[in-house]
Unconditional design. Structure first.
Ligand code: FES
Length: 110
C-alpha cells in the first residue's frame, strides 16, 4: 500500500489527513475517494484546477506528463508542483498541498 497525506491548502490551518491506497493510485482519484480536498474540474488534464505541490515523496511519483507541462513551468515542476489528475503514486508515502482558494467577496476583514 501507499500512503498519501493531504496537508490542505497552502497557508491554511487544515489538519493533515493520511490515507492508504493501492500502489499506482491516481492522486486525484484517491483525493476524491477519501475526501482529501484537492480542487478539480475536468479530471482530464485540461483545466489546470488540480495543480498541487508534492511536499514530500516526489520520488514516489510517476513521470511528468506532457499535459502537466502545459500548465506548469519548469520552475514549478522543479519545486514539486504536479497536476493531481495526471499523477500516480507508485510506492511509499507522499504529502501534498495546493493553492488556497481566493477569498470570497466580502469575507476579508474590514
Ligand atoms: S482536474 Fe482539470 S487538469 Fe486536473
Amino acid at each position: 500500500m501507499i500512503s498519501i497525506t493531504f496537508l490542505g491548502p497552502e497557508a491554511g490551518e487544515a489538519a493533515p489527513r493520511t490515507v492508504s491506497a493501492p500502489p499506482e493510485s491516481n492522486l486525484l482519484r484517491v483525493s476524491l475517494r477519501e475526501k482529501g480536498g484537492i480542487p478539480f474540474k475536468c479530471g482530464g488534464g485540461l483545466c489546470g484546477t488540480c495543480k498541487c505541490r508534492v511536499a514530500t515523496g516526489a520520488e514516489n511519483l510517476d513521470a511528468i506528463k506532457p499535459k502537466e507541462r502545459r500548465h506548469l513551468t519548469e520552475a514549478e515542476l522543479a519545486a514539486g508542483w504536479r497536476m493531481a489528475c495526471q499523477t500516480f503514486v507508485q510506492q511509499g508515502a507522499v504529502s501534498v498541498t495546493w493553492p488556497a482558494p481566493p477569498p470570497k467577496p466580502g469575507s476579508a476583514a474590514a
